[in-house]
Design a protein around this ligand. Structure first.
Ligand SMILES: [Zn+2]
Length: 135
């Protein structure tokens, strides 16, 4: 259900944009899904397709891309990618994080100062990164 709610939110945002900008049609929509967002991409894309059809926005091309997750140390300010972090983990730990991204805090440290105090600055949630329409 989570995927359907997200897909609906995305399409409604596009409709809202179309209304505000007085566009005849939205022709392109680009969506980025954070690497750490727990989502079944297949269900999400299926839901998108269904809702787009239901809203008769069939002229719209939808692109779904992955947004790389970026972590930032709160102590020294160093930034590194989630993919880098994963490389340092054992296969078992990596698999665990894949299903439960929040546990990355237990298994990872800042590569520079070894602090466990870091934040996720990018790679969460679902967002619209580009939208194109015609008047
Ligand atoms: Zn650090």
């Amino acid at each position: 259900m989570h995927e359907w709610a997200l897909a609906q939110a995305v399409v409604y945002t596009a409709i809202e944009y179309q209304r505000k900008e007085k566009l005849r049609e939205i022709v392109e929509l680009e969506i980025k899904i954070g690497e750490l967002q727990q989502i079944d991409r297949e269900i999400f894309e299926f839901a998108l397709k269904e809702i787009v059809q239901l809203k008769k926005m069939t002229g719209m091309r939808v692109r779904v891309e992955k947004e790389e997750a970026i972590l930032k140390c709160r102590v020294c300010g160093y930034q590194w990618s989630f993919a880098d972090s994963m490389k340092r983990l054992s296969g078992e730990q990596a698999e665990f994080i894949h299903f439960l991204p929040e546990v990355i805090h237990i298994h990872s440290r800042c590569p520079q100062c070894k602090s466990p105090d870091f934040e996720i600055v990018k790679g969460r949630g679902v967002k619209i990164t580009a939208i194109k329409g015609i008047k």
